[in-house]
Design a protein around this ligand. Sequence first.
Ligand code: BGC
Length: 425
Amino acid sequence: MPRTRALLASVLVGCGCLAVPDAAAAPDPEPFHWGVASSGFQSEGSAPDSNWRRYAETEEPYRNSVDFRHRYAADIALAKDLGVNTYRFGVEWARIEPAKGRLDETELAYYDDVVRRVRAAGMTPMITLDHWVYPGWVADQGAWDNPATVGDWLANARRVVGRYAHQGVLWITFNEPVIYLQKEISGRKLNPFQIAAMRQHLVAAHRNAYDEIHRLDPGSRVSSNLAYLPPPLQQLTDPLFTDAVADKLDFVGLDYYYGLSLDNLTAIHGATGELWKIDPQPDGLYYALRAYQRKFPRLPLYVVENGMPTDDGKPRADGYTRSDHLRDHVYWLRRARDEGVNVLGYNYWSLTDNYEWGSYRPRFGLYTVDVATDPALTRRPTDAVDAYRRVIADGGVPADYTPVRRPAWCAFADLRTCLANLPWP
Ligand code: BGC
């Protein structure tokens, strides 16, 4: 009987004789998240004692970065003006708990206002609990070698999550844990035992935090964004963290910057920090999304970071612009989605230039800021501001868009490209 009724209904609907129950019955699909991403330490300035405050002493002076701490209202307005509906920022543990057990109410009120303004601007806050920075007192107790740090970190996570619960926050526990490990290996000169301890403690903290966040903020979504590394590096690094927390992720957060292929080995410049020398490989985003969809079929994906470094804001020698880069990546993102990859969102790294872990030279901002030479820290729009505004308004690039960068030949991420994308006609 139900089958007959369904058949009858479909005939009536097909002939237009029966009104289709309107979409009100079905929940609205979640709008795609177009966002901008930033981190606390890299953009806030006025930084309290922390591991990175200390590391920065031997690097290019940190100064006050781009002073997001005092200019956040204007920066949030810039993001709103782009049309983004998601704003990723960090709540710095070192700022709100400068000494063990002592909270800084002024700094907590500052974050309250950031969250309030982001939401008032109609944006979803994506909050990072740890973007590689911990308080100086945690450094003094042995940082992540010390098991006590896990408990201290979780106490802070509970404090932050409890404070901003029920506000539609997307939660990120650790930013790029594998790169966090790498930064700490060089910052603290970790030996293999310390490395193993840190890895184990990050995994434990995330697993615990995942359950705690769901208890404190039911219905929210939690991830830890991974830095995409092309094979074979991906296979070597995923087991360190992502595979160990795969059952404690609500989406796979993926940061895509660089690819590797036989015709483009420039990612090697990452080793010296000369990031602007790396030749972008936009089609790699497509391979990366497909690879992680295959690996974690039950989880949606989210491009938590993507952006292009320039050398101190100078145009690239090859003429490839920030807007070319942005549109090319959005093109490949759409290709992946068209083929059924479930992608929730895309964040551009970053709204403004910021402290690139030791240097202001690599610049990723949609708005550029001359920290070293402009005391007014003026936000000057790059060509990508209009481009991103257009992309967001149109929901992507035009259907007939042709990427400026040709696809890679023999991308390590998909060896079928050795035959498909021959570099000669
Ligand atoms: C990090 C950011 C960094 C960006 C550009 C990512 O690995 O999460 O903090 O600024 O890459 O290098």
